[in-house]
Design a protein around this ligand. Sequence first.
Ligand SMILES: Cc1cc2nc3c(=O)[nH]c(=O)nc-3n(C[C@H](O)[C@H](O)[C@H](O)COP(=O)(O)OP(=O)(O)OC[C@H]3O[C@@H](n4cnc5c(N)ncnc54)[C@H](O)[C@@H]3O)c2cc1C
Length: 324
Amino acid sequence: MTVHKTRMLIIGSGPAGLSAAIYGARAMMEPIVVQGLQPGGQLTITTDVENYPGFKDVIQGPWLMQEMQAQAEHVGTRMMWDTIVDIDLSNGSPFRATGDSGDIYEGETLVIATGAQARWLGVPGEQELGGKGVSACATCDGFFYRGKKVAVIGGGNTAVEEALYLTNHSDDVTLIHRRDELRSERILQERLFKNPKIKVLWNKVVESFEGDPLAGGLTHLSLKDTVTGETSDFAADGAFVAIGHAPSTELFKGKLELDAGGYIVVEPGTPKTAIPGVFACGDVMDHTYRQAVTAAGTGCMAALDAERFLATLEFAKGETQAAE
Ligand SMILES: Cc1cc2nc3c(=O)[nH]c(=O)nc-3n(C[C@H](O)[C@H](O)[C@H](O)COP(=O)(O)OP(=O)(O)OC[C@H]3O[C@@H](n4cnc5c(N)ncnc54)[C@H](O)[C@@H]3O)c2cc1C
């Protein structure tokens, strides 16, 4: 068992964690990033990324994350192949985390960037056609379906928002829902029903996504009627699974305040949690925007605030010593 000490411990290696690392390393905080089970985060499971600033041509998600990691390492970040399985925030700074390897990580500041995972249906074809017609993010991928026929699966706020957003790109949007009424807020439902570009298919569940991942991608969805049991095919160029997101916050239950959706609660407009020296950034604290660029932005904020926290701590220590 090894104890790794650092001025800034970062949990998570998506855009939030790596951006915090780049800023932290350049501020001489010698950050450690514990990467977790998905090194590079959610962007490693997508293909085309067209909205991350700085690249006029379409770039690939995994490539972007490799470049971000290389940049973080280049400026002095230590990357660890480990997953945090336990954390102790009860005694304040330094914070102690235990890795799956048995190693201990001790950070004078802690940046939580454990992200979130889109919920998927878990039906055949979904994984194989991911990024080839099946997506979980209309803001990210809607643009690729300009003028095409798209389906959105779900009945809550996420699904209705995704369907409304997609009408910016497509005149043929169908919401597929397993019940005969929506769970989303009334105001969103009103907007949905008034929009001539959106149709709703009630009482239908998706049994599979069909198409060839290597040639043309998604062609149609195989649906089953929840009332009659009848099956049917629904032709679509794109399908957006919009049944919610799950933030990766299991580790912090009972240790940090979480909201009703399980997201870490921060002081509005900042990455500060209620525990001084502990910061949260990216999708783990943001259920609204959930983009790589916003994750990177809040990662930067977390590093700057961590640096300020340490400076204040060191100043206070100096004052105490001077008084003794
Ligand atoms: C299919 C898809 C396509 C997308 N396309 C785009 C796009 O085109 N443009 C865009 O801007 N956004 C896109 N997004 C959204 C974007 O990927 C996320 O907003 C962004 O990745 C969030 O970054 P993050 O760093 O907060 O978290 P994540 O990327 O979720 O990273 C979380 C990190 O935390 C780690 N972790 C979790 N638990 C632990 C633990 N216990 N110990 C150690 N590490 C842990 C994981 O291994 C991972 O490295 C897409 C998302 C998906 C799912």
